[in-house]
Design a protein. Sequence first.
Length: 116
Amino acid sequence: MKFTAVLVIAPDDLEDKVIEHAQRVGATGVTILPGKGIGGEAKKTFFGLTFEGTQSVLLMVVGSHLTAPILKEMHRVLVRGTESRGLAFAVPIEHLTGIDLRQVVSFEEHLRREDA
């Protein structure tokens, strides 16, 4: 089975929604890291200081067949018209070790349900 790392960078207030939507289409585990960043256009606050807010970096290792459905869900969560509140992308994984075997079984069961 081939795997992909899906990374999502989103504001903290969207963290639960991102996880919910990813799980809805088959993601099982997620690693959440705190983050902060500066966008292309820094937001001005009082006294001319810039502040972008805190973000979450969500990492999901999923079967490659789930990549497109998860990214479509992330688009629904993160993009409103021409405005985006986050970023999602996928990177193929060439070698992998340490994955919970129950997760592999879950991926395989999901594939069988799709084939039926």
